[in-house]
Design a protein around this ligand. Structure first.
Ligand code: 3PG
Length: 219
């Protein structure tokens, strides 16, 4: 499988370069947060299912912020695959490679990014035709050096990674400069305290700063 065969949603994610990982507790914040990120140039989000209201937040963003590529994260069960598809998720993400979830995502047609940390995880994900994988927890596992080593035997299959976990302004340039990396992401763009304070201007600024860093690295 080569790059051309990457799902169109993942091609779009690659064009975005940065995905903001957010846990939104209040559906009233969802649209403003998505608009702030978009105003700063970040056009992909992963809404984690660590909040009970996440599906509702996702639905609102899908309906009201069409420029945002909105996916769901922390998908841990088959039921959650169905739930996020119903809410309009463009893609799904998980911290690990769980067979039941991989099967459900494939059966139900959800473009899915399972989490991987080892060669065995990568091979399980490949068994379910996943080619875009979340490298998690990126920094704790050894960062880019570890990723490039673990990616090496599977590079000819067109596998690309989204490093998450400990990624931020201090290291995103090195990650995004690697050909193994499709996009980077993390929670630093929308810290919970700024969301709670509804400080959309600060979030827009964080997004703009990240986009500038990526531009500097890729131009
Ligand atoms: C997660 O799923 O929590 C993400 O990987 C975000 O990690 P971060 O908070 O270190 O950015």
């Amino acid at each position: 499988m080569n790059e051309q065969e990457i799902h169109p949603v993942f091609r779009q994610l690659g064009e975005c370069s940065i995905a903001s990982v957010v846990t939104i507790d209040s559906p009233g914040h969802a649209v403003s947060l998505a608009r702030a990120l978009l105003a700063g140039g970040v056009s992909a989000m992963e809404l984690t299912l660590r909040s009970a209201r996440a599906p509702e937040c996702l639905r609102r963003i899908v309906e009201e912020v069409p420029g945002m590529l909105a996916g769901a994260g922390t998908i841990l069960s088959e039921e959650q695959v169905r739930e996020v598809l119903e809410a309009g998720a463009a893609f799904g993400v998980a911290p690990g490679a769980n067979k039941n979830v991989l099967q459900a995502a494939r059966d139900q047609g959800l473009p899915f990014v399972p989490g991987i940390a080892t060669p065995s995880d990568i091979e399980l994900a490949l068994d379910f035709d996943c080619r875009v994988l979340k490298f998690f927890p990126a920094e704790a596992m050894g960062g880019l050096r570890y990723l490039e080593n673990v990616a090496s035997p599977y590079r000819h299959l067109g596998v690309r990674y989204v490093p998450l976990g400990g990624v931020g302004p201090g290291n995103l340039v090195s990650y995004i400069s690697s050909p193994d990396v499709l996009a980077v992401g993390g929670s630093w763009l929308a810290p919970r305290d700024l969301v709670e304070k509804e400080d959309w201007g600060a979030i827009e600024q964080l997004a703009r700063q990240a986009v500038e860093l990526v531009k500097g690295a890729t131009e």
